[in-house]
Design a protein around this ligand. Structure first.
Ligand SMILES: Nc1ncnc2c1ncn2[C@@H]1O[C@H](COP(=O)(O)OP(=O)(O)OP(=O)(O)O)[C@@H](O)[C@H]1O
Ligand SMILES: [Mg+2]
Length: 254
């Protein structure tokens, strides 16, 4: 049975977040992200004990919104909600088509979004099992993914591009460890850059793993090269002696 009280409380909170947003487009994303089905699903997650509370918005991205939430045991969670009625749909379909794990997904918008959330969940589990530093995947239902939160109560971990690193070479070495582990998991991230790496307590966390594909995917090699190119370019700019080709070799060696 759904907990009406939890649902009403959540709706009040959402209203207050929405009313604080000045930007009309951003206000619209609130209506998109919290459609009736998604609201009921959140209430169900609360009811099932996956979440205790949904606390505040962390980010509004192209495909989804991320919220800070709290688990029953008090630990901090990141809840990513993929918007079902969003415009990034075509882009998403590109990464699902050609991924043999999702061969049987029906091609309606909703099914593809659900498959996408499931894909990010599975990618996170696979990467973590291989030793990559990625958020711990906790639950996925339909368009909602719940994972561990990187950061603390005062702020989410900043993006790599926002921090001044004390030792860029050591940070790159740390990231190479996770890049190797992702490879070991048989995956290519596909959107790796300073925009999808968080830095917390001197450690680098790779996020945004929805588009990651198996090595057998037709674009896997091309996307691996692109990922390495992005990372090498960023660290080269910080003065680290690294090239795209050299980084590829380092990730592949071991
Ligand atoms: N586990 C997490 N812990 C803390 N913050 C997170 C976590 N996951 C995501 N975030 C925050 O939410 C933002 C958006 O997450 P993510 O990149 O996964 O989503 P996205 O919809 O693809 O967004 P974008 O289009 O901005 O890339 C991140 O840049 C980060 O600031
Ligand atoms: Mg991102």
């Amino acid at each position: 049975m759904l907990d009406d009280h939890a649902l009403q409380q959540l709706e009040r909170k959402i209203d207050s977040w929405r009313s604080r947003v000045r930007d009309a487009d951003e206000r619209k994303t609130y209506d998109e992200v919290f459609d009736q089905q998604t609201l009921l699903l959140i209430a169900k997650l609360i009811n099932d004990g996956v979440l205790s509370t949904v606390d505040y918005p962390v980010s509004t991205g192209k495909e989804g919104n991320v919220f800070h939430a709290t688990a029953k045991d008090g630990s901090a969670l990141a809840m990513k909600i993929y918007r079902v009625g969003n415009a990034g749909f075509k882009n998403i379909a590109n990464y699902i088509i050609g991924d043999s794990r999702f061969r049987n997904v029906r091609r309606t918008r909703k099914d593809i979004i659900y498959a996408w959330a499931q894909k990010e969940y599975k990618n996170l589990l696979g990467m973590a099992a291989a030793g990559a530093r990625v958020p711990k995947a906790i639950e996925q239902q339909r368009n909602i993914l719940v994972m561990s939160y990187v950061g603390d109560e005062t702020r989410p971990a900043p993006l790599l591009r926002e921090v001044r690193l004390d030792d860029p070479a050591a940070a790159l070495e740390d990231l190479v460890g996770t890049m190797r582990a992702i490879r070991k998991a048989g995956l290519v991230h596909g959107d790796l850059s300073e925009y999808n790496v968080l830095v917390w307590d001197g450690e680098l966390w790779v996020i945004d793993c929805g588009q990651a594909v198996p090595l057998a995917h037709g674009h896997a090699d091309e996307w691996f090269t692109r990922d390495c190119g992005n990372v090498a370019r960023y660290f080269h700019r910080l003065g680290v002696d690294v090239t795209a080709k050299g980084l590829e070799e380092r990730v592949l060696s071991e």
